[in-house]
Ligand binder design. Structure first.
Ligand SMILES: C[S@@+](CC[C@H](N)C(=O)[O-])C[C@H]1O[C@@H](n2cnc3c(N)ncnc32)[C@H](O)[C@@H]1O
Length: 225
């Protein structure tokens, strides 16, 4: 009886400690991500009227669109149809009019849009999860109009031979299972550089200080078709 009581108390403390740890540490992760997002969304000029976000999730970027240009028409693409109800709420909270936001179910590898039909494509924390990064980048290029903008923020593989790279390789299969197909060891920077964005590519690297350290570093930037 006493032993069970001690185990239950122990579990209670561990759960509280873990939730406190996640809250405290993930908070600073999101703050660091937020700083990068502010910089990349700054590249989304008011001229971009038709924007497509791939892997839009629950709409964590909505407020950045609202800050840029309230007249933007935003198409959100995600394979998960359950995101729709959260997206509607996020759009309303960010002040986007319902007519200015449309959800489409689909994947980055086969974007259901015509060639050269959008001014800008946005992808944040998505290229780690698609099944084919090269194909997704080719699709992004296809749907962008000439001179169109691709803005991105992604976590990528750590430097070859580093301790973190070895750890990422070890944990990659587990990460894919736990985090909906997310890969830790993608060379996304190289893929973007080789995707043929002839208008130029600007990429910054950020080694996040916050937990979860396993997803460091991150890259963010802009590529022009
Ligand atoms: C980590 S979440 C990122 C969500 C959001 N972009 C953000 O920054 O908060 C990854 C998203 O990518 C979506 N996803 C997974 N595979 C995809 C694919 N092949 N094409 C497009 N989106 C995909 C998932 O459904 C999920 O919403």
């Amino acid at each position: 009886m006493f032993r069970e009581h001690i185990i239950r108390r122990g579990q209670w403390y561990i759960r509280r400690l873990w939730s406190w740890f996640l809250n405290a540490t993930m908070q600073s992760y999101w703050e660091e991500i937020d700083n990068c997002k502010i910089k990349v969304f700054d590249k989304l000029t008011a001229k971009a009227e038709m924007v497509l976000e791939i892997g839009i999730g629950t709409g964590s970027n909505m407020s950045y669109y609202a800050d840029c240009n309230l007249n933007v028409t935003l198409y959100g693409l995600d394979p998960n149809p359950k995101m729709k109800k959260y997206l509607r709420k996020s759009a309303a909270k960010a002040g986007l009019k319902p007519k200015n936001f449309k959800f489409k179910q689909g994947v980055g590898e086969a974007i259901p849009f015509k060639d050269a039909s959008v001014d800008a494509v946005v992808a944040t924390l998505v290229l780690c999860s698609v099944s084919d990064v090269t194909q997704t980048l080719a699709e992004i290029k296809r749907v962008l109009r000439p001179g169109g903008t691709f803005i991105f923020l992604e976590h990528v593989a750590a430097e070859d031979g580093s301790f973190f790279r070895r750890l990422q390789k070890l944990l990659d299969p587990l990460q894919q299972r736990l985090a909906d197909g997310c890969h830790l060891t993608r060379n996304t920077r190289e893929c973007i550089m080789e995707a043929g964005f002839n208008g130029g590519v600007e990429i910054e690297t950020m080694s996040m200080c916050s937990f979860p350290w396993i997803t460091r570093p991150h890259i963010y930037g802009v590529a022009y078709k």
